[in-house]
Design a protein around this ligand. Sequence first.
Ligand SMILES: Nc1nc2c(ncn2[C@@H]2O[C@H](COP(=O)(O)OP(=O)(O)O)[C@@H](O)[C@H]2O)c(=O)[nH]1
Ligand SMILES: [Mg+2]
Length: 430
Amino acid sequence: MAATDVEKKHGHGGGDLAGIRNLNLQGHVGFDSLPDQLVNKSVQQKFTFNVLCIGETGLGKSTMMDSLFNTTFDSQQNSTHSFPNVRLKSKTYELLESNVDLKLTIVETVGYGDQINKDNSFQAIVDYIDTQFENYLQEELKIKRSLSTYHDTRAHACLYFICPTGHGLKSIDLVCMKKLDSKINIIPIIAKSDTISKTELQRFKIKIMSELVSNGVQIYQFPTDDETVAETNSSMNNHIPFAVVGSTEFTKINNKMIRARQYPWGTVQVENENHCDFVKLREMLIRINMQDMMEQTHTHHYELYRRMRLEQMGFSDVGADNKPVSFQETYEQKRQEHVQALQRKEEEMRQSFVVRVKEKEAELKEAEKELHTKFDSLKKQHAEEKKKLEEEKKRLEEEINTFNKRKLAIMQAQTQPQSHTHTLGKSKKK
Ligand SMILES: Nc1nc2c(ncn2[C@@H]2O[C@H](COP(=O)(O)OP(=O)(O)O)[C@@H](O)[C@H]2O)c(=O)[nH]1
Ligand SMILES: [Mg+2]
Protein backbone atom coordinates (compact mmCIF):
# COMPACT_ATOMS: atom_id res chain seq x y z
CA MET A 1 0.00 0.00 0.00
CA ALA A 2 3.05 2.24 0.00
CA ALA A 3 2.26 5.00 -2.45
CA THR A 4 5.01 6.89 -4.23
CA ASP A 5 5.08 10.01 -6.33
CA VAL A 6 6.30 8.12 -9.33
CA GLU A 7 3.97 8.54 -12.23
CA LYS A 8 3.12 5.30 -13.99
CA LYS A 9 1.76 5.08 -17.44
CA HIS A 10 -1.05 2.61 -17.85
CA GLY A 11 -1.72 2.37 -21.53
CA HIS A 12 -5.20 1.15 -22.33
CA GLY A 13 -5.28 -0.93 -25.47
CA GLY A 14 -1.94 0.59 -26.48
CA GLY A 15 -3.48 4.09 -26.54
CA ASP A 16 -1.55 7.05 -25.19
CA LEU A 17 -3.83 7.91 -22.27
CA ALA A 18 -2.75 10.44 -19.68
CA GLY A 19 -0.36 9.06 -17.07
CA ILE A 20 -1.82 7.93 -13.76
CA ARG A 21 -0.25 9.48 -10.67
CA ASN A 22 0.43 7.54 -7.49
CA LEU A 23 -0.52 9.57 -4.42
CA ASN A 24 0.08 9.26 -0.67
CA LEU A 25 -2.93 8.87 1.57
CA GLN A 26 -3.00 11.17 4.54
CA GLY A 27 -4.64 8.65 6.85
CA HIS A 28 -6.48 5.34 6.89
CA VAL A 29 -9.25 5.26 4.32
CA GLY A 30 -10.32 1.63 4.44
CA PHE A 31 -10.13 0.16 0.97
CA ASP A 32 -7.45 -2.15 2.28
CA SER A 33 -10.41 -4.27 3.37
CA LEU A 34 -11.27 -5.05 -0.25
CA PRO A 35 -9.67 -8.52 -0.21
CA ASP A 36 -11.63 -9.32 2.96
CA GLN A 37 -14.83 -8.12 1.32
CA LEU A 38 -14.08 -10.38 -1.58
CA VAL A 39 -13.48 -13.37 0.69
CA ASN A 40 -16.73 -12.74 2.59
CA LYS A 41 -18.69 -12.46 -0.59
CA SER A 42 -17.22 -15.64 -2.04
CA VAL A 43 -17.95 -17.57 1.17
CA GLN A 44 -21.56 -16.43 1.11
CA GLN A 45 -21.94 -17.32 -2.54
CA LYS A 46 -20.85 -20.95 -2.11
CA PHE A 47 -18.25 -22.61 -4.29
CA THR A 48 -18.87 -24.94 -7.15
CA PHE A 49 -16.29 -27.50 -8.17
CA ASN A 50 -16.76 -30.16 -10.79
CA VAL A 51 -14.45 -33.14 -11.19
CA LEU A 52 -14.43 -35.51 -14.11
CA CYS A 53 -12.98 -38.97 -13.42
CA ILE A 54 -11.94 -40.89 -16.51
CA GLY A 55 -10.64 -44.40 -16.33
CA GLU A 56 -11.42 -48.01 -17.01
CA THR A 57 -14.06 -49.74 -14.95
CA GLY A 58 -12.64 -51.00 -11.67
CA LEU A 59 -9.57 -48.74 -11.61
CA GLY A 60 -10.71 -47.23 -8.31
CA LYS A 61 -12.35 -43.97 -9.43
CA SER A 62 -15.18 -44.07 -6.91
CA THR A 63 -12.86 -45.21 -4.15
CA MET A 64 -10.48 -42.34 -4.96
CA MET A 65 -13.23 -39.72 -4.72
CA ASP A 66 -14.30 -41.11 -1.35
CA SER A 67 -10.69 -40.97 -0.19
CA LEU A 68 -10.06 -37.45 -1.52
CA PHE A 69 -13.11 -35.88 0.10
CA ASN A 70 -12.96 -38.17 3.13
CA THR A 71 -16.57 -39.17 2.90
CA THR A 72 -18.76 -41.89 1.43
CA PHE A 73 -20.44 -40.83 -1.76
CA ASP A 74 -23.36 -43.07 -2.57
CA SER A 75 -21.65 -44.68 -5.52
CA GLN A 76 -20.86 -48.11 -4.18
CA GLN A 77 -22.64 -50.19 -6.80
CA ASN A 78 -20.06 -52.20 -8.72
CA SER A 79 -20.17 -51.46 -12.43
CA THR A 80 -20.12 -54.32 -14.91
CA HIS A 81 -17.83 -54.53 -17.91
CA SER A 82 -20.63 -55.19 -20.38
CA PHE A 83 -21.90 -51.76 -21.42
CA PRO A 84 -22.13 -51.36 -25.20
CA ASN A 85 -20.78 -47.83 -25.06
CA VAL A 86 -19.20 -45.22 -22.79
CA ARG A 87 -21.56 -43.13 -20.67
CA LEU A 88 -21.05 -40.50 -18.03
CA LYS A 89 -22.62 -40.60 -14.61
CA SER A 90 -22.91 -37.32 -12.80
CA LYS A 91 -23.85 -36.64 -9.19
CA THR A 92 -23.86 -33.44 -7.20
CA TYR A 93 -23.21 -33.19 -3.47
CA GLU A 94 -23.13 -30.34 -0.97
CA LEU A 95 -20.20 -30.48 1.39
CA LEU A 96 -19.54 -28.19 4.34
CA GLU A 97 -16.13 -27.63 5.91
CA SER A 98 -15.84 -24.93 8.60
CA ASN A 99 -18.13 -22.30 7.11
CA VAL A 100 -17.32 -23.02 3.50
CA ASP A 101 -20.03 -24.57 1.41
CA LEU A 102 -18.88 -26.59 -1.57
CA LYS A 103 -21.21 -27.79 -4.26
CA LEU A 104 -19.27 -30.70 -5.67
CA THR A 105 -20.19 -32.52 -8.84
CA ILE A 106 -18.46 -35.79 -9.54
CA VAL A 107 -18.72 -37.17 -13.03
CA GLU A 108 -17.46 -40.68 -13.66
CA THR A 109 -17.12 -42.61 -16.88
CA VAL A 110 -19.09 -45.84 -17.06
CA GLY A 111 -18.00 -48.58 -19.44
CA TYR A 112 -14.77 -46.80 -20.42
CA GLY A 113 -12.36 -49.24 -22.09
CA ASP A 114 -14.87 -52.10 -22.01
CA GLN A 115 -15.76 -52.18 -25.70
CA ILE A 116 -13.91 -54.22 -28.29
CA ASN A 117 -13.70 -51.19 -30.56
CA LYS A 118 -12.40 -48.33 -28.43
CA ASP A 119 -11.97 -45.83 -31.28
CA ASN A 120 -14.73 -43.51 -30.11
CA SER A 121 -14.42 -43.94 -26.35
CA PHE A 122 -13.56 -40.25 -26.01
CA GLN A 123 -16.65 -39.02 -27.86
CA ALA A 124 -19.10 -39.25 -24.96
CA ILE A 125 -16.63 -37.35 -22.77
CA VAL A 126 -16.00 -34.63 -25.36
CA ASP A 127 -19.75 -34.29 -25.85
CA TYR A 128 -20.32 -33.99 -22.11
CA ILE A 129 -17.70 -31.26 -21.69
CA ASP A 130 -19.00 -29.35 -24.73
CA THR A 131 -22.58 -29.59 -23.51
CA GLN A 132 -21.64 -27.97 -20.19
CA PHE A 133 -19.82 -25.18 -22.05
CA GLU A 134 -22.79 -24.76 -24.38
CA ASN A 135 -25.22 -24.51 -21.47
CA TYR A 136 -23.11 -21.79 -19.91
CA LEU A 137 -22.79 -19.96 -23.23
CA GLN A 138 -26.56 -20.05 -23.71
CA GLU A 139 -27.03 -18.59 -20.24
CA GLU A 140 -24.49 -15.87 -21.04
CA LEU A 141 -26.24 -15.03 -24.31
CA LYS A 142 -29.64 -14.67 -22.67
CA ILE A 143 -31.01 -11.17 -22.32
CA LYS A 144 -32.03 -11.90 -18.75
CA ARG A 145 -28.98 -13.66 -17.40
CA SER A 146 -28.83 -15.20 -13.96
CA LEU A 147 -25.21 -16.26 -13.78
CA SER A 148 -25.00 -15.67 -10.03
CA THR A 149 -27.56 -18.37 -9.32
CA TYR A 150 -26.71 -20.48 -12.34
CA HIS A 151 -25.46 -23.96 -11.48
CA ASP A 152 -22.19 -23.98 -13.35
CA THR A 153 -21.51 -27.55 -14.44
CA ARG A 154 -18.41 -26.89 -16.51
CA ALA A 155 -15.85 -29.54 -15.58
CA HIS A 156 -12.91 -27.92 -13.78
CA ALA A 157 -10.57 -30.85 -13.43
CA CYS A 158 -10.12 -34.18 -15.06
CA LEU A 159 -8.50 -36.97 -13.10
CA TYR A 160 -7.26 -39.38 -15.71
CA PHE A 161 -6.76 -42.82 -14.15
CA ILE A 162 -3.89 -44.70 -15.75
CA CYS A 163 -3.81 -48.48 -15.51
CA PRO A 164 -0.79 -49.59 -13.38
CA THR A 165 0.66 -51.83 -16.07
CA GLY A 166 4.22 -50.55 -15.84
CA HIS A 167 4.28 -50.54 -19.64
CA GLY A 168 3.39 -46.97 -20.46
CA LEU A 169 0.14 -45.55 -21.76
CA LYS A 170 -2.45 -47.43 -23.78
CA SER A 171 -3.52 -45.91 -27.06
CA ILE A 172 -6.99 -45.19 -25.64
CA ASP A 173 -5.28 -43.03 -22.98
CA LEU A 174 -3.26 -41.03 -25.50
CA VAL A 175 -6.12 -40.56 -27.93
CA CYS A 176 -8.54 -39.49 -25.22
CA MET A 177 -6.16 -37.11 -23.44
CA LYS A 178 -5.19 -35.57 -26.77
CA LYS A 179 -8.87 -34.94 -27.57
CA LEU A 180 -9.48 -33.38 -24.18
CA ASP A 181 -6.38 -31.32 -23.53
CA SER A 182 -7.79 -28.11 -24.99
CA LYS A 183 -11.06 -28.52 -23.11
CA ILE A 184 -10.16 -29.38 -19.55
CA ASN A 185 -7.37 -29.39 -16.96
CA ILE A 186 -6.01 -32.91 -17.13
CA ILE A 187 -4.25 -34.39 -14.12
CA PRO A 188 -2.97 -37.86 -14.97
CA ILE A 189 -2.74 -40.25 -12.02
CA ILE A 190 -1.51 -43.82 -11.76
CA ALA A 191 -4.36 -45.77 -10.21
CA LYS A 192 -3.90 -48.63 -7.73
CA SER A 193 -0.22 -47.82 -7.47
CA ASP A 194 0.15 -50.30 -4.59
CA THR A 195 0.29 -52.96 -7.30
CA ILE A 196 3.52 -51.67 -8.75
CA SER A 197 6.99 -51.84 -7.21
CA LYS A 198 9.05 -48.81 -6.26
CA THR A 199 11.69 -49.11 -8.99
CA GLU A 200 9.10 -50.00 -11.61
CA LEU A 201 7.06 -46.98 -10.58
CA GLN A 202 9.90 -44.53 -11.29
CA ARG A 203 10.45 -45.96 -14.75
CA PHE A 204 6.71 -46.05 -15.37
CA LYS A 205 6.32 -42.37 -14.49
CA ILE A 206 9.17 -41.34 -16.79
CA LYS A 207 7.76 -43.47 -19.60
CA ILE A 208 4.30 -41.91 -19.21
CA MET A 209 5.63 -38.38 -19.21
CA SER A 210 7.81 -38.94 -22.26
CA GLU A 211 4.87 -40.48 -24.11
CA LEU A 212 2.69 -37.51 -23.22
CA VAL A 213 5.34 -35.09 -24.42
CA SER A 214 6.09 -36.94 -27.66
CA ASN A 215 2.38 -37.05 -28.47
CA GLY A 216 1.96 -33.37 -27.69
CA VAL A 217 -0.59 -33.91 -24.93
CA GLN A 218 -0.96 -30.78 -22.85
CA ILE A 219 -1.63 -31.68 -19.22
CA TYR A 220 -2.45 -29.25 -16.44
CA GLN A 221 0.61 -27.51 -15.00
CA PHE A 222 0.35 -26.31 -11.41
CA PRO A 223 0.79 -22.55 -11.66
CA THR A 224 4.06 -21.03 -10.56
CA ASP A 225 3.20 -17.36 -10.96
CA ASP A 226 1.85 -16.90 -7.42
CA GLU A 227 4.95 -16.71 -5.22
CA THR A 228 3.23 -18.16 -2.14
CA VAL A 229 2.76 -21.49 -3.87
CA ALA A 230 5.32 -21.27 -6.67
CA GLU A 231 7.87 -23.45 -4.96
CA THR A 232 5.46 -26.21 -3.94
CA ASN A 233 3.78 -26.20 -7.30
CA SER A 234 6.95 -26.34 -9.33
CA SER A 235 8.27 -29.24 -7.27
CA MET A 236 4.90 -30.98 -7.59
CA ASN A 237 4.95 -30.54 -11.37
CA ASN A 238 7.91 -32.94 -11.29
CA HIS A 239 5.93 -35.61 -9.46
CA ILE A 240 3.24 -35.92 -12.09
CA PRO A 241 1.71 -38.41 -12.70
CA PHE A 242 0.82 -38.97 -9.07
CA ALA A 243 0.84 -42.61 -8.09
CA VAL A 244 -2.17 -42.98 -5.83
CA VAL A 245 -3.90 -45.52 -3.66
CA GLY A 246 -7.47 -45.26 -2.48
CA SER A 247 -9.42 -47.15 0.10
CA THR A 248 -12.77 -47.19 1.81
CA GLU A 249 -11.41 -49.17 4.74
CA PHE A 250 -9.81 -47.93 7.92
CA THR A 251 -7.17 -49.49 10.15
CA LYS A 252 -6.17 -48.53 13.66
CA ILE A 253 -2.53 -47.47 13.73
CA ASN A 254 -1.06 -45.72 16.80
CA ASN A 255 -4.57 -45.40 18.20
CA LYS A 256 -5.72 -43.50 15.16
CA MET A 257 -8.12 -44.76 12.51
CA ILE A 258 -6.47 -44.25 9.17
CA ARG A 259 -7.49 -44.99 5.63
CA ALA A 260 -5.51 -48.02 4.47
CA ARG A 261 -5.48 -51.21 2.47
CA GLN A 262 -4.47 -54.34 4.25
CA TYR A 263 -2.56 -57.16 2.63
CA PRO A 264 -1.17 -60.40 4.02
CA TRP A 265 2.30 -58.84 3.93
CA GLY A 266 1.46 -55.44 5.31
CA THR A 267 -0.62 -52.30 5.20
CA VAL A 268 -0.69 -49.51 2.61
CA GLN A 269 -1.59 -46.23 4.24
CA VAL A 270 -3.36 -43.94 1.83
CA GLU A 271 -2.18 -40.76 3.53
CA ASN A 272 1.39 -41.87 4.08
CA GLU A 273 3.68 -40.02 1.67
CA ASN A 274 6.16 -42.90 1.78
CA HIS A 275 3.50 -45.25 0.51
CA CYS A 276 1.96 -43.23 -2.29
CA ASP A 277 1.31 -39.74 -3.73
CA PHE A 278 -2.26 -39.48 -2.46
CA VAL A 279 -1.51 -36.55 -0.16
CA LYS A 280 0.28 -34.73 -2.97
CA LEU A 281 -2.77 -35.14 -5.19
CA ARG A 282 -5.14 -33.91 -2.49
CA GLU A 283 -2.91 -30.91 -1.73
CA MET A 284 -2.64 -29.97 -5.37
CA LEU A 285 -6.22 -30.62 -6.37
CA ILE A 286 -8.08 -29.36 -3.35
CA ARG A 287 -5.96 -27.29 -1.01
CA ILE A 288 -3.77 -25.28 -3.36
CA ASN A 289 -4.99 -25.17 -6.92
CA MET A 290 -8.76 -25.59 -6.88
CA GLN A 291 -9.32 -21.90 -7.51
CA ASP A 292 -6.74 -21.81 -10.28
CA MET A 293 -8.40 -24.71 -12.05
CA MET A 294 -11.77 -22.96 -11.88
CA GLU A 295 -10.13 -19.86 -13.31
CA GLN A 296 -8.33 -21.78 -16.06
CA THR A 297 -11.59 -23.41 -17.00
CA HIS A 298 -13.32 -20.07 -17.35
CA THR A 299 -10.57 -17.97 -18.87
CA HIS A 300 -8.92 -20.58 -21.03
CA HIS A 301 -10.96 -23.66 -21.91
CA TYR A 302 -14.38 -22.03 -21.91
CA GLU A 303 -12.99 -19.01 -23.73
CA LEU A 304 -11.70 -21.27 -26.51
CA TYR A 305 -15.07 -22.97 -26.79
CA ARG A 306 -16.92 -19.66 -26.78
CA ARG A 307 -14.69 -18.21 -29.47
CA MET A 308 -15.08 -21.29 -31.64
CA ARG A 309 -18.87 -21.24 -31.28
CA LEU A 310 -19.27 -17.52 -31.94
CA GLU A 311 -17.05 -17.78 -35.00
CA GLN A 312 -19.13 -20.73 -36.12
CA MET A 313 -22.21 -18.53 -35.81
CA GLY A 314 -20.45 -16.01 -38.04
CA PHE A 315 -19.35 -13.43 -35.49
CA SER A 316 -15.91 -11.92 -35.71
CA ASP A 317 -13.98 -9.11 -34.04
CA VAL A 318 -12.49 -7.88 -37.32
CA GLY A 319 -13.94 -7.69 -40.79
CA ALA A 320 -12.39 -8.73 -44.10
CA ASP A 321 -10.37 -5.50 -44.19
CA ASN A 322 -8.97 -6.27 -40.72
CA LYS A 323 -10.91 -3.36 -39.21
CA PRO A 324 -12.85 -3.92 -35.98
CA VAL A 325 -16.47 -4.91 -36.46
CA SER A 326 -19.09 -4.48 -33.79
CA PHE A 327 -21.62 -7.11 -32.80
CA GLN A 328 -24.34 -4.95 -34.34
CA GLU A 329 -22.50 -4.60 -37.66
CA THR A 330 -22.05 -8.35 -37.87
CA TYR A 331 -25.71 -8.79 -37.01
CA GLU A 332 -26.79 -6.32 -39.71
CA GLN A 333 -24.51 -7.94 -42.24
CA LYS A 334 -25.78 -11.41 -41.36
CA ARG A 335 -29.34 -10.18 -41.65
CA GLN A 336 -28.59 -8.63 -45.03
CA GLU A 337 -26.98 -11.83 -46.22
CA HIS A 338 -29.94 -13.77 -44.97
CA VAL A 339 -32.44 -11.51 -46.70
CA GLN A 340 -30.44 -11.69 -49.93
CA ALA A 341 -30.25 -15.45 -49.71
CA LEU A 342 -34.00 -15.55 -49.17
CA GLN A 343 -34.60 -13.32 -52.17
CA ARG A 344 -32.33 -15.47 -54.30
CA LYS A 345 -34.18 -18.53 -53.20
CA GLU A 346 -37.52 -16.91 -53.94
CA GLU A 347 -36.37 -15.87 -57.42
CA GLU A 348 -35.08 -19.37 -58.08
CA MET A 349 -38.37 -20.83 -57.00
CA ARG A 350 -40.30 -18.45 -59.21
CA GLN A 351 -38.12 -19.29 -62.19
CA SER A 352 -38.53 -22.97 -61.67
CA PHE A 353 -42.25 -22.44 -61.25
CA VAL A 354 -42.49 -20.62 -64.57
CA VAL A 355 -40.51 -23.36 -66.27
CA ARG A 356 -42.76 -25.99 -64.74
CA VAL A 357 -45.89 -24.16 -65.88
CA LYS A 358 -44.54 -23.88 -69.41
CA GLU A 359 -43.69 -27.54 -69.45
CA LYS A 360 -47.13 -28.46 -68.21
CA GLU A 361 -48.74 -26.22 -70.80
CA ALA A 362 -46.81 -27.86 -73.61
CA GLU A 363 -47.72 -31.25 -72.23
CA LEU A 364 -51.38 -30.31 -72.17
CA LYS A 365 -51.27 -28.97 -75.72
CA GLU A 366 -49.67 -32.14 -76.90
CA ALA A 367 -52.35 -34.17 -75.21
CA GLU A 368 -55.05 -32.01 -76.77
CA LYS A 369 -53.57 -32.51 -80.21
CA GLU A 370 -53.44 -36.23 -79.69
CA LEU A 371 -57.02 -36.22 -78.57
CA HIS A 372 -58.04 -34.27 -81.67
CA THR A 373 -56.35 -36.69 -84.04
CA LYS A 374 -57.85 -39.58 -82.17
CA PHE A 375 -61.25 -37.97 -82.37
CA ASP A 376 -60.87 -37.33 -86.10
CA SER A 377 -59.87 -40.88 -86.84
CA LEU A 378 -62.75 -42.14 -84.73
CA LYS A 379 -65.11 -39.88 -86.60
CA LYS A 380 -63.81 -41.15 -89.90
CA GLN A 381 -64.09 -44.72 -88.74
CA HIS A 382 -67.56 -44.02 -87.54
CA ALA A 383 -68.58 -42.48 -90.87
CA GLU A 384 -67.18 -45.40 -92.77
CA GLU A 385 -69.02 -47.82 -90.58
CA LYS A 386 -72.19 -45.81 -91.00
CA LYS A 387 -71.75 -45.88 -94.75
CA LYS A 388 -71.18 -49.60 -94.70
CA LEU A 389 -74.26 -50.10 -92.59
CA GLU A 390 -76.32 -47.98 -94.91
CA GLU A 391 -75.14 -49.95 -97.89
CA GLU A 392 -75.97 -53.13 -96.06
CA LYS A 393 -79.37 -51.72 -95.20
CA LYS A 394 -79.95 -50.80 -98.80
CA ARG A 395 -78.91 -54.25 -99.90
CA LEU A 396 -81.17 -55.85 -97.36
CA GLU A 397 -84.05 -53.63 -98.37
CA GLU A 398 -83.48 -54.58 -101.99
CA GLU A 399 -83.40 -58.19 -100.97
CA ILE A 400 -86.65 -57.72 -99.08
CA ASN A 401 -88.10 -56.03 -102.12
CA THR A 402 -87.12 -58.83 -104.42
CA PHE A 403 -88.39 -61.27 -101.89
CA ASN A 404 -91.70 -59.48 -101.67
CA LYS A 405 -91.90 -59.25 -105.39
CA ARG A 406 -91.28 -62.95 -105.68
CA LYS A 407 -93.77 -63.65 -102.99
CA LEU A 408 -96.34 -61.58 -104.80
CA ALA A 409 -95.52 -63.28 -108.04
CA ILE A 410 -95.93 -66.67 -106.47
CA MET A 411 -99.16 -65.70 -104.85
CA GLN A 412 -100.44 -64.35 -108.14
CA ALA A 413 -99.31 -67.45 -109.83
CA GLN A 414 -101.22 -69.49 -107.32
CA THR A 415 -104.46 -67.61 -107.94
CA GLN A 416 -104.23 -67.27 -111.74
CA PRO A 417 -103.59 -70.73 -112.99
CA GLN A 418 -106.58 -72.02 -110.90
CA SER A 419 -108.61 -72.67 -114.17
CA HIS A 420 -105.61 -74.25 -115.54
CA THR A 421 -105.56 -76.63 -112.64
CA HIS A 422 -109.23 -77.21 -113.11
CA THR A 423 -108.68 -78.30 -116.59
CA LEU A 424 -105.86 -80.31 -115.38
CA GLY A 425 -108.08 -81.75 -112.72
CA LYS A 426 -110.80 -82.28 -115.22
CA SER A 427 -108.51 -83.96 -117.51
CA LYS A 428 -107.25 -86.03 -114.67
CA LYS A 429 -110.76 -86.95 -113.81
CA LYS A 430 -111.29 -88.09 -117.30
N1 LIG B 1 -5.17 -52.47 -5.04
C1 LIG B 1 -6.01 -51.43 -5.07
N2 LIG B 1 -7.31 -51.62 -5.22
C2 LIG B 1 -8.14 -50.56 -5.25
C3 LIG B 1 -7.66 -49.24 -5.11
N3 LIG B 1 -8.71 -48.38 -5.18
C4 LIG B 1 -9.81 -49.15 -5.34
N4 LIG B 1 -9.48 -50.44 -5.36
C5 LIG B 1 -10.41 -51.56 -5.53
O1 LIG B 1 -10.79 -51.67 -6.88
C6 LIG B 1 -12.13 -52.08 -6.98
C7 LIG B 1 -12.92 -51.13 -7.84
O2 LIG B 1 -12.98 -49.86 -7.26
P1 LIG B 1 -14.04 -48.76 -7.67
O3 LIG B 1 -13.71 -47.55 -6.89
O4 LIG B 1 -15.41 -49.28 -7.61
O5 LIG B 1 -13.63 -48.57 -9.22
P2 LIG B 1 -14.37 -47.70 -10.35
O6 LIG B 1 -15.13 -48.64 -11.21
O7 LIG B 1 -13.25 -47.09 -11.12
O8 LIG B 1 -15.22 -46.69 -9.68
C8 LIG B 1 -12.66 -52.16 -5.56
O9 LIG B 1 -12.62 -53.49 -5.13
C9 LIG B 1 -11.68 -51.34 -4.79
O10 LIG B 1 -11.54 -51.76 -3.43
C10 LIG B 1 -6.25 -49.08 -4.96
O11 LIG B 1 -5.75 -47.97 -4.84
N5 LIG B 1 -5.48 -50.19 -4.93
MG1 LIG C 1 -17.31 -46.30 -9.88
